[in-house]
Design a binder for this molecule. Structure first.
Ligand code: GTP
Ligand code: MG
Length: 366
């Protein structure tokens, strides 16, 4: 089969060109709108049509010549369309089509991109004339509807609320524990105790110990299940116990089982799965799957400051037909303890949806 892609100013022009170049038996395989210019901005919109012609069909239509160099055409001969077969999926408005390409470029599965964009289109369809619509804001709103925001850790004086952080290696679990400990101790004036079960590396214990010393917090190191409850007892009359764990690869079932066994002895009230916002959608999906035995009750997204696009990550954590979504508790956006943490909300995630995504403030300022 010959497959060729044509660009033209309109679908009509593209079809006429296909007919002229490939003959009346050509089939339209795919259509989309594309924009040139930087990241789709300030460019012209074209219709891109991919057409195919089965081998042996070339002679079916006398007349048309096959010009190998004429892939991109904006100036088309005016020939009547007779029998070009159109598989015209319902096309989205131009700006949404260009977002579809960008979302997929950043790891969003086509099914998810379509769900978001169709929700956006349905929303805007109800608004009447869509020319000049703030499409990105509508897209952000559609994604927000699927995002689960779980809220922060809630403590009661004297309740000894136990919260464990689990996740892959190096995502920022220990740093986030230090930020949380400082926030609860200083701003909320709670009594906080730390437990680490990360005895895998000597440096890991020392890392948490350093924070415990600076903040004058009790800290216990637990190496095996039998030590857990006595260690929690020794912390004394604290309101919040934060449990740091060793980073685990989501594909290492044995190590995750080991972690889960040790964690079970702490009987955590909440288990927050820590993931880096710099990860790809497929990494996030495999982390969610790999850490499912730890029964995470919430997720923390770290390293938002380093993420060029949150589209892939959001596609993996938002609710879909076969996934209930995971509620977000906190976002972290830098290495500074205690400052670079905030209670999760949609806006910081959505303003980084794609490179160059405009925020409401940026739009207002423009
Ligand atoms: N840019 C940025 N770096 C961060 C953030 N949070 C943590 N880090 C850095 O990430 C690195 C790893 O942080 P850790 O807290 O040690 O990560 P961990 O998950 O405890 O690592 P393991 O215990 O080895 O699994 C450190 O250099 C942190 O300073 C963040 O929000 N943004
Ligand atoms: Mg750590």
């Amino acid at each position: 089969m010959h497959i060729r892609t044509f660009r033209a100013a309109s679908l009509q022009d593209a079809l006429e060109t296909i007919r002229h170049q490939m003959g009346a038996d050509a089939s339209v395989l795919h259509t989309r709108q594309v924009r040139d210019g930087w990241m789709g901005w300030l460019g012209r919109t074209y219709v891109e049509v991919t057409a195919g012609l089965r081998d042996g069909d070339e002679s079916a239509e006398p007349g048309p010549t096959f010009d190998e160099d004429a892939d991109e055409l904006t100036d088309c001969a005016a020939l009547p369309i007779r029998s070009v077969y159109l598989k015209n999926e319902a096309s989205l408005p131009g700006p949404l089509e260009s977002y579809r390409d960008q979302l997929m470029e950043f790891g969003v599965a086509p099914r998810t991109a379509d769900r978001w964009l169709q929700a956006t289109e349905s929303f805007t369809a109800g608004l009447g004339d869509s020319i000049g619509e703030p499409w990105m804001e509508h897209l952000q709103r559609s994604i927000t509807r699927e995002l689960r925001i779980g809220g922060p850790i809630r403590t009661q004086p004297g309740a000894k609320h136990i919260v464990a952080l689990v996740g892959p290696t190096g995502v920022g679990k220990t740093t986030t524990i230090a930020k949380l400990a400082a926030g609860f101790r200083i701003q909320e004036r709670r009594r906080v105790g730390l437990v680490t079960i990360d005895t895998f590396r000597i440096a890991a214990v020392q890392q948490l110990e350093a924070y415990a010393e600076i903040m004058d917090l009790p800290m216990e190191v637990v190496e095996k299940p039998s030590q857990m409850q006595p260690a929690i007892e020794r912390l004394g009359d604290v309101d919040l116990v934060l449990v740091d764990t060793a980073g685990r690869s989501p594909s290492s079932d044995a190590r995750i089982d080991q972690l889960v066994e040790l964690l079970r002895t702490a009987q955590p009230d909440e288990t927050h799965l820590v993931m880096a916002a710099t990860s790809s959608a497929s990494t996030i999906r495999s982390v969610l799957k790999g850490f499912a035995p730890a029964h995470p009750t919430a997720a923390i997204l770290t390293k938002l400051d380093e993420a060029s696009s949150t589209a892939g990550v959001l596609s993996a954590i938002t609710a879909s037909d076969d996934f209930a979504g995971i509620p977000l508790s906190y976002l972290t956006h830098g290495q500074q303890v205690p400052d670079d943490i905030q209670v999760a909300e949609a806006e910081p995630l959505l303003k980084r949806l794609l490179p160059g995504t405009l925020t409401r403030e940026q739009m207002d300022a423009a």
